[in-house]
Every structure is written in structure tokens, then in C-alpha cells.
Design a protein around this ligand. Structure first.
Ligand SMILES: C[S@@+](CC[C@H](N)C(=O)[O-])C[C@H]1O[C@@H](n2cnc3c(N)ncnc32)[C@H](O)[C@@H]1O
Length: 301
């Protein structure tokens, strides 16, 4: 049923209710939790529609000519890897592309062509499941809170935050202008302007945003996009500015792993304490538990 027929049916139904029961029915419609399931499902659908809109604007590998460093770094990987954005493409979609010869999950170890051994997949975005895990099982109620996504790229952390949390403000900071424009397009189309703001900037110029944040999200932000000395400088900047006691920091991978190959002097045990997460919240067989286990939560001391 389309929207206008559904609206007509609801009005007809209300018109048929006896006048003495109508106030109670309207009150129930305003306050009941019985609609929650429809609202949750609707949020999943909105997120899927956003992914479809973005897919239509981007090449399959979801990398742009303006990201030369990331393209070079992916090429220099010891084994062949391809970039597939987990927010835009789920496993079923990848299977469909493979079945239709548009993609391969394998490569030939001799000539490098995509034939025999499993290819590595890299995603520069969280998948819809990881986003739900973060907002429904990692973070507490975010009413009145300010969240900052460092390196917001296509914006999935912000859009999911709008749909799955009550965060007061969701800020994305992204240094690539093309991605900022895509995020702005989605924010305008889906009318997210009241709670989402995207900043086209290097995070190392955003001290006050970081200092005031209640939640900071960092999904593989620097490794593929900055050289080692810039990564080290960016992490130092983060640790100097994300200082407010109790601020929550969500990282992929762990802080220890992110900092392990960098020349940084960040005393982790004085800065943060790790909060243990329960990765067993989903019982379905095809859940990518390994991906969930890459998500870490810290509290600033
Ligand atoms: C792996 S993507 C993260 C995507 C998104 N946060 C998510 O989880 O779906 C990292 C993004 O960070 C951006 N980035 C890297 N270094 C940055 C910096 N210093 N300031 C702002 N953005 C940065 C890159 O351009 C890239 O789009």
C-alpha cells in the first residue's frame, strides 16, 4: 500500500471509531510502544535506502581519484586486496557480483589475476550490523550527548546515530571534500540537518570539537590515509584533546594495535581504561564475529 492510501485508511479507521473511544485510541497511538518494531524496521530500511543512493553516486570500489594515498597504500599491500565498502555492499550483494562476473573473491598467486586464492577484502566503512552493534550494544543511552566521528567518509556512523540513538549532536569530520559533499547530499535528502553536522577539515584543527565530545568514534581512520609521521601526529593530537573524564572512545582496531607501529609517546594506561564488550549478542550463524571483535570501547580517565 502506498503512503497516500495508507493515510486515507488510517483516517477512515479513526472516523469509524465511536466518539467515546476515540480519545483513548488517540492517546494509545501517541504513547504505545507497540509501534517500536515498525519504527526499528523502518530505520533499517532508511539506512538501506541511503546505501543505495550512495552506491548510485560511486564506483564499485568506492575509492575516489582524490584519495591517491589510500589507493597507493592498497596497491602496496603484500597480498592482493580489494576495497569493498561494507556499508554499501553486503555479502549477498558481493555474491551476486561474483556470480555475474563483475567481481572475484580469488586471485592467482602466480600472475596476480583474480583466479585461485581468496582475495583480502578491505572496507573503509562500518557495515550496517557493526553500526547497530555500536549503537545498541556498545554505547549507553546518548540522550543529550555529543558524538564526533573522526573521518566520517560516507557518513554511516552519523546516519546510524541519527536513526538508532538519541544523541543530541552528531559531528563528522572529514578531510576529503568529495565525501563531505556526498554526506551533505544525504543529510539534506533525509532531513537530518537538526542533529548532524559535517565539517570539512583535518581533525588536527578541531580541538574544541574533540574537547567537548562525549563520544568519539575512530574506525581505521589514519592508517590508509596518512603517512606514518602524520599518523603519529594525529594520534598525539587526539590524545591531547580527548581528555574530558568519562568520554567514550570507540576504536577499530584496538588502540594498542593502532599505535603499535608508530613513534608515539601516549601512556595508554594513564589516558584510558578499556571497557569489556560482549560480542555474543547475535546468535545467527552468518554473523561476522571477527569484525565485531575489532571494535573496542575505552573510557577516558
Ligand atoms: C576508514 S574511513 C572511516 C569511515 C567511517 N568513519 C566509518 O566508520 O564508516 C577513514 C576516513 O578518515 C578520513 N581521514 C583520514 N585522516 C583524517 C584526518 N586527519 N582528518 C579528517 N579526516 C581524515 C579519510 O579521508 C577517510 O575517509
Amino acid at each position: 500500500m502506498d503512503l497516500s492510501s495508507a493515510q486515507r485508511s488510517v483516517l477512515e479507521l479513526l472516523g469509524a471509531v465511536s466518539s467515546e473511544d476515540l480519545p483513548a485510541l488517540l492517546d494509545w497511538m501517541r504513547t504505545t510502544r507497540d509501534f517500536d518494531e515498525f519504527i526499528h524496521n523502518n530505520n533499517d530500511i532508511i539506512l538501506k535506502n541511503i546505501a543505495e543512493d550512495l552506491r548510485n553516486c560511486l564506483p564499485l570500489e568506492t575509492m575516489l581519484p582524490s584519495e591517491q594515498i589510500a589507493i597507493q597504500k592498497i596497491k602496496q599491500h603484500p597480498e592482493p586486496v580489494i576495497h569493498i565498502d561494507a556499508f554499501l555492499y553486503d555479502d549477498d550483494f558481493i555474491d551476486y557480483l561474483c556470480d555475474n562476473g563483475k567481481m572475484s573473491r580469488n586471485y592467482c598467486m602466480v600472475c596476480g589475476s583474480h583466479q585461485t586464492t581468496p582475495l583480502g577484502f578491505i572496507s573503509h566503512s562500518f557495515s550496517p550490523l557493526e553500526l547497530k552493534f555500536i549503537y545498541q550494544h556498545v554505547l549507553p543511552d546518548l540522550s543529550g550527548k555529543v558524538l564526533v566521528d573522526v573521518g566520517s567518509r560516507l557518513g554511516p556512523v552519523l546516519f546510524a546515530g541519527y536513526l538508532y540513538s538519541s544523541a543530541l549532536q552528531l559531528h563528522g569530520v572529514e578531510m576529503n571534500q568529495d565525501f563531505c559533499q556526498l554526506q551533505e547530499m544525504i543529510i539534506a535528502k533525509y532531513k537530518f540537518t537538526d542533529r548532524i553536522k559535517v565539517h570539512h577539515a583535518n581533525i588536527c584543527t578541531q580541538a574544541s570539537l574533540l574537547q567537548n565530545a562525549d563520544v568519539v568514534i575512530m574506525n581505521n581512520v589514519f592508517e590508509y590515509f596518512l603517512d606514518r609521521s602524520e599518523q603519529a601526529r594525529a594520534w598525539e593530537y587526539i590524545s591531547h584533546n580527548v581528555k574530558k573524564k568519562g568520554t567514550l572512545l570507540v576504536t577499530v582496531p584496538s588502540l594498542k594495535e593502532s599505535l603499535s607501529n608508530l613513534q608515539v609517546a601516549i601512556p595508554l594506561n594513564e589516558w584510558v581504561e578499556e571497557v569489556q564488550l560482549n560480542y555474543d549478542v547475535y546468535t545467527e550463524k552468518d554473523i561476522d564475529r571477527e569484525a565485531l571483535e575489532q571494535i573496542h570501547l575505552y573510557k577516558i580517565l
